[in-house]
Design a protein around this ligand. Structure first.
Ligand code: APR
Ligand code: PHB
Length: 388
């Protein structure tokens, strides 16, 4: 089969890219390793920057987002004896929208189905060939049968564990990584969210985050040692620890209930440069991973996909410069969002191995945040999303 663009990976990056290209008349096919049900079963953060919301609306999949999303004007930071609401609206004039990533993926699938876009699931053994030539192609197997896609360009949207990044010769790749000495234990429960907005809590026992999916579905997290296992954490133990890390007045009103999902995820910062090689272009987690503290994973995938979609559309209209500039342009925003995610993680988590000095630095930074409108504006600018 032949398509103008072969997209590897049917997560948010791949699906959004496919839709934006189809909207512009560029023919794309998506090769996804897993089943659709599996992709839709993933529980992922859902804090959408205004830029991502605008792209989803442009792509014609903003209706449910606008109907069901929760617009947040700010967030609460409680740590080191300080309590500070950062007002996004007042400092930046922007907001974020809470709308589960799974729902974004569901909306993208529905629209791609409606327009008859080609998304091939359970595509196995995907191998990108001749990406550094003018005639790349992709091999894969489907139900045990070998298949081939000839294309002009390959978009690597297959996440951190995908094949695309590794297709770029190691000698040409420079990888930057920082692994954090803890993980996040996350719980999903059919309980009322702690507050109308998210609560980020820094405590000497560890970080906690109280988030939500809707008015009756809460998503809470605890910083835990990397050696912890989910089995060790009963629901009772989780709720008791979360209460310890919240101020008494919030702990008192926290609604608890049985978990419907519980998992532990490690935290890392990772960036691989460049984001392109020949006719292969990486987007999203295939090229970079951020710690979830700044809620940037999905939003960085969105800006990559926006830049790449506009570059490919321009290419088919005869303008190649955007494709040449894609990697540098995407990485510029990736590095700034990675810095913010790293800084928020450093500010709010406990790092016992680093001794009391860091704890005092964290307290001083929160004092400065509380005293400085400029500092709050800077945090808010990063949280709502830096310009594309
Ligand atoms: N062949 C085909 N598909 C693959 C392969 C492969 N070799 N390897 C991985 N995939 C698929 C995965 O099954 C997954 O559905 O690629 C998709 C990658 O999706 P994500 O990992 O979600 O990455 P991305 O689409 O870039 O979205 C980034 O989603 O994972 C979160 O935290 C992340 O919020 C961020 C956003
Ligand atoms: C979530 O709701 O899963 C979430 C929200 C904000 C974050 C991380 C995760 O910073």
């Amino acid at each position: 089969m032949r398509h103008q663009v072969c997209i590897i990976g049917g997560g948010p990056s791949g699906l959004l890219l496919a839709l934006l290209l189809h909207r512009a008349g560029v023919d794309a096919v998506v090769l996804e390793r897993r089943s659709r049900d599996y992709v839709l079963s993933r529980i992922r953060a859902g804090v959408l920057e205004q830029g991502l919301c605008d792209i989803l609306r442009k792509a014609g999949v903003g209706a449910r987002l606008d109907a069901e999303g929760f617009v947040h004007d700010g967030t609460l930071l409680v740590a080191h004896g300080r309590r500070l609401r950062v007002d996004f609206q007042e400092t930046t004039g922007k907001t974020v929208t809470i709308y589960g990533q799974t729902e974004v993926t569901r909306d993208l699938y529905a629209e791609l189905d409606r327009i008859g876009a080609k998304v091939i699931h359970e595509a196995e053994e995907v191998a990108i060939q001749d990406a550094d030539t003018e005639a790349p192609y992709v091999l894969f197997t489907l139900n045990g049968e070998e298949k081939r896609v000839d294309c002009d360009y390959v978009a690597g949207c297959d996440g951190f564990h995908g094949v695309s990044r590794r297709t770029i010769p190691e000698r040409l790749r420079q990888q930057f990584e920082h692994v954090y000495p803890f993980g996040w234990l996350g719980i999903l429960s059919r309980t009322r969210p702690l507050q109308d907005e998210l609560v980020y809590a820094g405590h000497e026992r560890g970080f906690a985050l109280c988030s939500m999916r809707n008015a009756r579905l809460s998503r809470h997290y605890l910083q835990v040692p990397l050696t912890d296992t989910v089995e060790e954490w009963t629901d009772e133990a989780f709720w008791a620890e979360l209460r310890r890390r919240l101020p008494p007045d919030l702990a008192e009103v926290l609604e608890i209930g049985p978990s419907i999902e519980k998992s532990i995820a490690p935290l890392r910062s990772f960036i691989s440069e460049p984001m392109s090689w020949g006719r292969l272009f990486l987007a999203g987690d295939a090229s970079h991973i951020v710690p979830p503290t700044g809620a940037k994973g999905l939003n960085l995938a969105a800006s990559d996909v926006w830049y790449l979609s506009q570059a490919l559309i321009a290419r088919y209209a005869g303008e190649e410069s955007l494709l040449r500039d894609y990697s540098a342009k995407a990485l510029a925003r990736v590095w700034k969002a990675s810095r913010f995610s790293w800084a928020m993680t450093r500010l709010l988590h406990s790092f016992p191995a680093e001794g009391p000095f860091l704890a005092r630095m964290q307290a001083a930074e929160l004092e400065h945040l509380a005293d400085s409108h400029a500092a709050q504006t800077s945090l808010a600018e990063n949280y709502v999303g830096l310009p594309y």
